[in-house]
Every structure is written in structure tokens, then in C-alpha cells.
Design a protein around this ligand. Structure first.
Ligand code: ASP
Length: 332
């Protein structure tokens, strides 16, 4: 936005200079000089929180944190924890669907206003991977911990061991074993990862993303959600972006980083998300078998989203109230 306004102003100024010199060169010219009015600065909307899909309770929780003066980092952590704890959400945290060997493995990451970040990948038996990711960020010199190492670190930090498979996901897995030929399901319905972005009263941006990944994935598979730059990216000077859908495609374009960089170059969150999806589709001409949804926010609190197939929505909560936003799609 700033750069666009700058370019607009520069060209208006240049036009002003040209018309002034034309008046000097030709004294008979009587046309009055154009007045250049500086555009009104965009007033940032704050606080605000957005998340992928229609997770009312998660945004509600994050909004409470923001409204009571809490930081965007606390808001996104506590917001996505609501979905991690909800066993009826079979794509995130406890109650997430297992890999093809029957183990629930979780991925999550978190990023703050200073570019600090933490991530856990392929971690079992811990219900709140986003909080472990935050501990990695705050308590270690590292950014990513994986598998058994992440789990061991979580116990050291006081997290308790839990069985993440529920009766429902265990039964579904047993059904899947009967018919699947041990093949991972990649389809456009396989989603519901929560990615959340927030701006607090100070105007600082943070984000978090958490998932159990693709259902019945090959053991050890990690998607985009815990990868900084792919499933999530925040730059406090510009904005933030997050993704849901088939992670392999998001990783190939470093999707969230791409979207933040496009916003830095002057695109709105909406335009940046559209360009992000188009880049993915350029590498997947005519492929219609996967869904991806991007969500972005800029420093002014403007938001946007775009997806491959219709159906992706995002939830937004600000002083203006809360809203479930339908987004347009590449294949409409
Ligand atoms: N992006 C996640 C992954 O690939 C899945 C999802 O959003 O449903 O692991």
C-alpha cells in the first residue's frame, strides 16, 4: 500500500513539475496548476484476528486475549489451542486422524513480531504442539524439533503424555485399512488445519499454525503447516500469511513467504493471495484434485483470502464484529 501510494504520489509530483515548467516555457498558458492532495493515511484496524476456516471458538478466544490488552503472540497461541483441544476437529491436535500406521503425529509453528519462530514436526502424544513450538522458540537456540526429540523436550518442559487417538478416529482408521490399499488420501476435502494471524493493540503481528497433517500419510511425512515461510510467515513491517490444504504444493512455492513479499511490493492481502494460488496452479496445470487456501493480513488490518476450489472460508474478528468470510477461487 505504502509503495503504491508512494508511486502514485511520485507520478503526481512529476506531473506537477512538468506542468510547472511548461508554464514557464510558454507564458501564454493560463491553465491553473493542479493541486496535489496527499492521500489520507490508512488508519490501522486493531486489534484484529483472522483464522483459516470457520473456527468461531478459536477466534473468540484470541479476541478475548486481544481485547484485554494481551499480545498477538498470546492471542494466536491460545486461539489455536482451542482447536487442538477439540476432539471433534479431526485435523488438528487431539482427535486428529492418524498416519497410515495408526499413529497421530502433529505439526505446528508460531512466529512473533520480531521474526522469532519455533516449530515442532511429527510429534506424538502431546495435545498442544503449538505451545511446545513456542517453548522451542523461547527456551532453546533452535527453531525446529522433530519426532522423538520434540516429544522428549515437551516432557522436560512439563507437558503431559496423552493418547491422541479417539474412539472415532480409531474406528475410521480401521475402516480405511479395509479398503485403502495403504494409500494416503489426497483429496480436496482433506483440510481444516488452523492458521491464525493477529494484530494487537500495539499494532504488532504474530501468527500460529497447527495440524495433524494429511490423513493416513506415510509415517514421518511433514507438510507445510510447521514450516516457517510455507504454512506461516509474519513480517511485522508488512503483514502475515498462512495456508491450509495440500502442504506439498504450498512448500514448493514457499507460499506464505511469497504472499508477504507480494504485500511488501504493494499488493493488497487479497491480490497477494490470488497471486500465490496462481503460482501454484502454474506448476499444476489442469490438476483439479487438491485444495489450497491462503489467508493474509497486512499492517493496516486489511485481510484477504483465495483458494483453488470453492469452499475455503476464513473467520475475522475485530471491533467491527465477527464475520465468516467466503473467498473466491481459481476454479469457480
Ligand atoms: N496443510 C496441511 C498439511 O499439508 C493439511 C491441511 O491443511 O489440511 O499437512
Amino acid at each position: 500500500m505504502k509503495r503504491r501510494n508512494f508511486l502514485k504520489n511520485s507520478s503526481l509530483t512529476a506531473a506537477g513539475l512538468v506542468s510547472a515548467s511548461a508554464m514557464v516555457a510558454c507564458k501564454t498558458e493560463t491553465k491553473p496548476e493542479e493541486t496535489v492532495v496527499a492521500p489520507a493515511p490508512v488508519k490501522p484496524i486493531k486489534p484484529i484476528v483472522v483464522c483459516t476456516w470457520n473456527f468461531l471458538n478459536a477466534t473468540d478466544k484470541a479476541w478475548q486475549v486481544l481485547k484485554s490488552g494481551g499480545s498477538s503472540l498470546d492471542a494466536v497461541e491460545q486461539g489455536v489451542m482451542v482447536e487442538e483441544a477439540d476432539v471433534t476437529n479431526e485435523t488438528v491436535g487431539k482427535g486428529g486422524r492418524p498416519d497410515r500406521d495408526g499413529n497421530v503425529t502433529l505439526d505446528a509453528c508460531i512466529m512473533d513480531k520480531d521474526g522469532n519462530c519455533g516449530s515442532v514436526v511429527c510429534m506424538q502424544n502431546i495435545a498442544h504442539p503449538v505451545s511446545v513450538a513456542r517453548k522451542v522458540m523461547e527456551e532453546t537456540p533452535h527453531i525446529i524439533l522433530a519426532g522423538k526429540g520434540a516429544e522428549k523436550f515437551a516432557y522436560e518442559q512439563g507437558f503431559k503424555k496423552e493418547n491422541l487417538l479417539t474412539e472415532s478416529t480409531r474406528k475410521q482408521y480401521q475402516e480405511w485399512l479395509k479398503t485403502s490399499k495403504y494409500e494416503t488420501i489426497i483429496n480436496i476435502e482433506n483440510h481444516d488445519t488452523i492458521g491464525m494471524l493477529a494484530i494487537d493493540e500495539k499494532g504488532d503481528i504474530a501468527g500460529a499454525c497447527t495440524t495433524s497433517g494429511m490423513a493416513y500419510k506415510i509415517a514421518g511425512r511433514v507438510g507445510d503447516s510447521p514450516i516457517i515461510g510455507a504454512g506461516l510467515f509474519v513480517d511485522n513491517e508488512v503483514g502475515g500469511a498462512t495456508a491450509t490444504g495440500v502442504g506439498e504444493e504450498v512448500i514448493r512455492t514457499v507460499g506464505s513467504f511469497l504472499i508477504v513479499e507480494l504485500m511488501r511490493q504493494g499488493k493488497s492481502p487479497q491480490e497477494a493471495c490470488e497471486e500465490g494460488v496462481k503460482r501454484i496452479m502454474q506448476k499444476n496445470k489442469d490438476r483439479k484434485d487438491f485444495q489450497i487456501g491462503f489467508l493474509a493480513i497486512n499492517k493496516n488490518g486489511e485481510t484477504g483470502g483465495y483458494c483453488v476450489h470453492p469452499g475455503f472460508t476464513y473467520r475475522e474478528y475485530s471491533e467491527k464484529g465477527h464475520e465468516n468470510k467466503e473467498v473466491t477461487s481459481f476454479y469457480s
